[in-house]
Design a protein around this ligand. Structure first.
Ligand code: PRX
Length: 640
């Protein structure tokens, strides 16, 4: 942890530039953001930078009027960027497609017109359930253009999860495709949409992109093919208020159903554009590849909005990074001359497992900068990425942030002043971010000690609220430490001020970088007819971060056998989606509980991992611990 890696001389500008901006951002907040807000165009200027009268519901750029689609597209139409490539889209198989800013502008206008013709209006909810195809950013921008509030649902979620999001976002329109490709297989997206609509409160329109050209069921007067409703023409971008919602994105928490995180039209674009520039500083000619999925915040902020707001050329890839062969990622870097590659520690660990042979097959000399996101990066993966991929030339921008923060909160700043890097540390906060590490009673811990990472000041990328549940916004993020934003992670600040992120402080898992609440999987399990109780936790995994483990008890009359487990897994896959299926499900007679009846996940996990220590006398049913121990002994014996 004390290793420091001095940056190559050419990157090693002094930190003074960064420190100056950082200081200004905290000391003269309004002036600072007034300047930085010019990164986008405003139809009407704001009357106040920050209104913090109703804490913690902060309002940025009060009364300002703007439009995301205008800022990503229209403002380039009389400049050289008009003919610049916006996306090089790389399919899982077949030829790439190249689309310029003008091409994207035309398509977004056509689709915005089609949405208006279907009756979609400002403020209406639209659910987008698409694979990684160009129609995904087109749909997001078309909604943004007319002020419809979109929510993108990752295509690895199943019908139940989709239905829940359609209902919560009050969507009467769903945009999907006939199917999507994943490692050579076709995912039947339209079928899942049909099943989800059955479970939902009902929708008026389903728009279907022909992508895999399979046979699908189309419902008359409800389902429309995308290419049949497009119309040429111009749609005037709606003049939206800074604090009007732009999108909702659902993410996992520790209690109840997923939270609909709401981002707005003013603060969010200012934040994502500035943070991308500070951290990565892409040049006009650079090719940027953010290898995430549009279904997650990384895709929203750094595949779609920030790159377009900065006029960057992006590579967008449809498929899996190791398909059809483990060199796919390196092949794309070489073939399309990627200069900045932004990916996840899970991806790095997976590709590292395949060995150096694969990157060595390709010329990676176009790379200038590397970035990571989603989980803490372990030093071994950091070094592999730095040395084998970046050839010790490319700084690694480890970006720490989350759905709720809109964009990076802690990351090295290539633009303002690149610090010497320490493998595994995200280094220093972005301007405007004022972190502190607190102990349980809210006192700041000394350097080197672990505590909760909390942000003391609001910043423009902070979500507006939790959709339909402002109380949950306050309770989840601003209650443990009053009026300070709780990130939900443990961290250490070392003596030199570097931040080290240590993982979640709550019961949220990171499975291959995807954020999954144990509670959602438990809810899914107990909704099965045979399951009485469930306890879910994460088992550390060297590639995926966590894998999902479940212990369940059955209702009377159901057999404790393998067939039950297989059948439960199958239904979990179709209802919640493949990413939510536990790797292992163990059936036991009872689960350890406290006297008040709370299932003790932590005890089960400790027994499972063979790490039981300490006193378990507060448990109501210690015998169940014995049962789990016995079950684990049996499993271990079988494994030997
Ligand atoms: O635990 C932190 C981890 O991912 C969580 C946020 O997940 P999500 O909202 O899905 O957003 C992921 C993409 C931004 C955080 O609370 N996390 C994210 N980036 C890092 C990280 N942990 C350590 N280092 C990171 N760079």
């Amino acid at each position: 942890m004390n290793e420091t890696l001095p940056m190559d001389e050419k990157y090693k500008v002094t930190l003074s530039g960064y420190l100056k901006e950082y200081k200004e951002s905290l000391e003269s907040t309004e002036e600072f953001w007034n300047k930085k807000s010019r990164i986008i165009d405003w139809f009407e200027p704001f009357t106040k930078v920050l209104d913090d009268k109703n804490k913690p519901f902060y309002k940025w750029f009060v009364n300002g009027k703007t439009n995301m689609s205008y800022n990503c597209l229209d403002r380039y139409m009389n400049t050289e960027r008009r003919n610049k490539v916006a996306y090089i889209w790389v399919p899982e198989h077949g030829e790439e497609k190249v689309i310029t800013y003008f091409g994207l502008y035309r398509r977004v206008n056509s689709f915005a017109r089609a949405l208006l013709d279907l009756g979609v209006k400002k403020g209406d909810g639209v659910t987008i359930y698409l694979p990684m195809i160009l129609e995904a950013p087109i749909a997001m921008l078309a909604c943004a253009r007319i002020g419809a509030v979109f929510n993108v649902v990752f295509s690895g979620f199943g019908e139940e999860a989709l239905a829940q999001r359609i209902n919560d976002s009050n969507s009467k329109t769903v945009i999907t495709a006939d199917g999507g490709y994943r490692k050579g297989n076709v995912i039947q997206l339209k079928k899942i949409v049909d099943a989800a609509i059955e479970l939902s409160n009902g929708v008026d329109n389903v728009i279907v992109v022909k992508n895999v050209h399979n046979k699908i069921n189309m419902v008359q007067d409800r389902d429309y093919y995308y290419d049949e409703i497009l119309q040429d023409g111009y749609v005037k971008p709606a003049e939206l208020d800074s604090n009007d919602p732009l999108f909702i994105l659902y993410t996992s928490g520790t209690t109840g159903k997923p939270k609909g995180i709401v981002h707005g039209n003013g603060g969010y674009p200012v934040w994502v554009a500035n943070t991308m520039k500070w951290a990565f500083n892409p040049g006009e000619e650079d090719r940027w590849w953010c290898a995430a999925d549009i279904g997650w915040i990384t895709g929203h902020s750094y595949i779609v909005f920030a790159p377009l707001l900065l006029g960057v050329t992006s590579v967008m890839y449809e498929g899996a990074i190791d398909f059809p062969k483990p060199d796919r990622m390196w092949d794309i870097v070489e073939r399309y001359g990627v200069n900045i590659l932004y990916t996840s520690p899970t991806a790095i660990r997976l590709l590292m497992k395949y060995g150096e042979k694969y990157p060595l097959m390709h010329d990676l000399s176009s790379l200038k900068v590397l970035g990571t996101v989603g989980e803490p990066i372990n030093p071994a993966a950091w070094h592999w990425f730095y040395e084998e991929i970046g050839k010790s030339r490319c700084p690694i921008i480890d970006t720490y942030w989350q759905t709720e923060t809109g964009g990076f909160t802690i990351a090295p700043s290539r633009e303002l002043g690149m610090p010497d890097l320490k493998p595994g540390s995200a280094t220093f906060p972005m301007p405007g971010i004022d972190p502190v590490i607190l102990n349980e009673s809210g006192k700041e811990v000394p350097p080197g000690e672990k505590g909760y990472i909390v942000l003391k000041k609001p910043w423009p990328g902070l979500m507006l609220t939790v959709n339909g549940d402002p109380k949950r916004y306050v309770d989840t993020y601003f209650s443990k430490f009053k009026n300070m934003y709780l990130m939900g992670d443990y961290a250490i600040k070392d003596k030199e001020g570097y931040y080290w992120l240590l993982g979640r402080s709550d019961e949220v898992l990171k499975v291959s970088g995807h954020r999954i609440g144990t509670i959602e999987i438990e809810d899914g399990l107990v909704s099965m007819k045979e399951v009485a109780e469930a306890a879910v936790f994460g088992k550390p995994d060297t590639i995926k971060g966590d894998t999902i483990i479940a212990f369940i008890t059955l209702k009377d009359g159901y057999d404790k056998n393998v067939d039950t487990i297989v059948s439960i897994k199958k239904r979990m896959r179709s209802e919640l989606g493949p990413i939510m299926v536990p790797e292992e499900i163990h059936i036991v007679n009872t689960l350890p509980k406290t006297r008040s009846g709370k299932i003790m996940r932590r005890v089960i996990k400790a027994v499972y991992l063979n790490q039981v220590t300490g006193d378990i006398s507060t448990l109501e049913n210690e015998a169940s611990v014995e049962e789990i121990k016995k079950a684990m002994d049996l499993i271990r014996k079988e494994e030997d």
